[in-house]
Design a binder for this molecule. Structure first.
Ligand code: ADP
Length: 245
């Protein structure tokens, strides 16, 4: 297996001449939990968009599991193992929590052939384990629409894991959550990090302190600095960028 799940070299992305990312270099080991932070406009969303193939590099390259993603479509990149959780939950509100996971985990084309009632024994066991991991086992048969905002976020992270991606991209998972819900999401990501490669984009610093091992700070489309959360927080350049907001 390639020890680097992600290698990004000299990445520039221009929108009508404006460089949202500028000669950015980044790499992440397989199995790592990495948090990318940065002020508004730093390029965080564009960075994720390039990894998923939604946006193509103007210059430079993105290697995932050692393969250049340039010629692959967004759909092909997803099938190759890049999974993304968006900020806003995209769950089926009128189906049960369990059925949401069953659908996410299935590669079948028809939604209704993949509901829990038709899942195989192995798939049921896997979904049962996932319900425990995301802390929703007691709500498995309730409608997803009745979950709290924090529980919906956890369900969606579960749906992402159900797809078995090699890399989980998680975009601002705690926006708008209470302190307790935020801590629950942090615990969940730390538990998942035992067996997954995870890249989290976040700007809630309290949350970043809870989960972060290695942090990358983006600023004006480039990497400003990288290190442990302690190293990054005491870096004068980071302090200046955040105080300057
Ligand atoms: P962040 O997620 O860190 O807030 P973004 O990646 O959304 O940053 O944006 C980085 C910069 O690129 C911003 O200045 C933004 O206005 C600009 N930008 C992002 N997407 C587009 C686009 N499609 N067209 C023009 N400018 C864009």
């Amino acid at each position: 297996m390639n020890s680097k799940i992600l290698e990004i070299e000299n990445l520039t992305v221009s929108f009508d001449g404006f460089k949202a990312l500028k000669q950015l270099n980044f790499s992440m080991d397989t199995g790592e939990l990495r948090v990318v932070i940065g002020p508004n406009g730093a390029g965080k969303t564009t960075f994720l968009d390039v990894i998923t193939g939604k946006v193509k590099p103007t210059e430079g390259r993105v290697l995932f599991k050692g393969r250049n993603l340039r010629s692959l479509s967004e759909h092909q990149i997803a099938r190759f193992g890049v999974g993304r959780k968006f900020q806003t939950p995209r769950i089926y509100l009128n189906l049960s929590v369990r059925d949401n996971l069953a659908i996410a985990g299935s590669r079948a084309k028809s939604v209704f052939s993949t509901l829990w009632g038709r899942a195989s024994t192995a798939e049921r066991r896997r979904i049962g384990g996932l319900l425990e991991t995301i802390g929703l086992a007691t709500k498995a048969d309730g409608l997803a629409g009745l979950l709290s905002h924090g529980e919906k976020q956890r369900l969606e992270i579960g749906m992402l894991v159900a797809q078995s991606p090699d890399l989980l991209l998680v975009d601002e998972p705690v926006a708008g959550l209470t302190d307790e819900e935020t801590a629950n999401i942090g615990d969940l990501l730390l538990a998942l990090a035992e067996s997954h490669s995870i890249l989290v984009i976040e700007h809630d610093m309290e949350f970043v302190r809870q989960i972060a091992r290695q942090v990358t700070v983006l600023h004006e489309g480039s990497v400003l600095c990288e290190g442990t959360i302690e190293e990054v927080q005491s870096d004068p350049r980071v302090i200046e960028v955040y105080l300057g907001q």
